[in-house]
Design a protein around this ligand. Structure first.
Ligand code: GLN
Length: 226
């Protein structure tokens, strides 16, 4: 069984847990989801999601609870992290806000609340690079083809990514601004992939991410034995 963690100091935690379970189930994987509110749990997790919410609050709690360095270690060990909306802001290397202590896990700078007041919240059909079908196989022929149908992306007071450096791959743009990126084992989205039934972003972050791995002797191997 895979051990998944959802950072649960604030934000839409249950929706992420459900999306992780859907993405795992559709690939024949078992997963146990842990809510992370204190230190000591992240080191046991094979994969992590950091939800939206309020980035200044999330950042402060991660620091106060001593969770921030554990998330850095997780990524350094090559284990996957999906950071969404406020989670992306916290994972970035520059949020241009003194109240946010960036984790520096993605070489991007972000602009908070970038899409303007009228568009506080909107849904957009996004072309996202590298998505694989809901069942792990877009056309059902078992070869894991890409599924190029647009992803229904829900933006809520979303950040935009305005500078991308290092080895960051831009997976999707909206209004000419990057809104989904990948760097090694980390996938970041400005939108909320957990708020739609489509679990392809979670699948991409956790199961189709060739840069990410579970630890040696980890839970994937024990699963294969049973
Ligand atoms: N506007 C929030 C922030 O800057 C992010 C919004 C969200 O996560 N839905 O932290």
């Amino acid at each position: 069984t895979l051990e998944a963690g959802v950072v649960a100091v604030q934000g839409d935690v249950e929706e992420h847990a459900a999306a992780i379970e859907r993405a795992a189930r559709s690939r024949g994987r078992e997963v146990t989801v842990h809510e992370i509110r204190e230190s000591g749990i992240v080191p046991d997790c094979d994969l992590l999601a950091m939800p939206g919410g309020e980035s200044t609050t999330i950042s402060r709690l991660l620091r106060e609870e001593g969770i921030a360095p554990e998330i850095r270690d997780h990524v350094e060990a090559g284990k996957p992290l999906l950071a969404t909306c406020a989670g992306l802001i916290v994972a970035s290397s520059d949020a241009r806000d003194d109240r946010v202590d960036e984790l520096g896990l993605l070489d991007v700078s972000v602009e908070r609340n970038a899409f303007g007041r009228q568009k506080d919240s909107f849904e957009a059909p996004l072309e996202v690079t590298g998505l694989v079908g809901e069942n792990g196989d877009g056309d059902g022929d078992g070869d894991g083809d890409e599924d190029e149908s647009p992803f229904p992306a829900v933006f809520i007071r979303a950040p935009a990514i305005d500078d991308v450096t290092g080895d960051v791959d831009v997976l999707a743009t909206w209004e000419d601004r990057p809104v989904a990126v990948k760097q090694g084992p980390v996938v970041g989205t400005a939108f909320h992939p957990e708020l739609t039934p489509d679990s392809r972003i979670h699948g991409l972050a956790f199961f189709e991410n060739e840069a990410a791995s579970v630890p040696e002797g980890g839970t994937l191997e024990s699963e294969a034995e049973s």
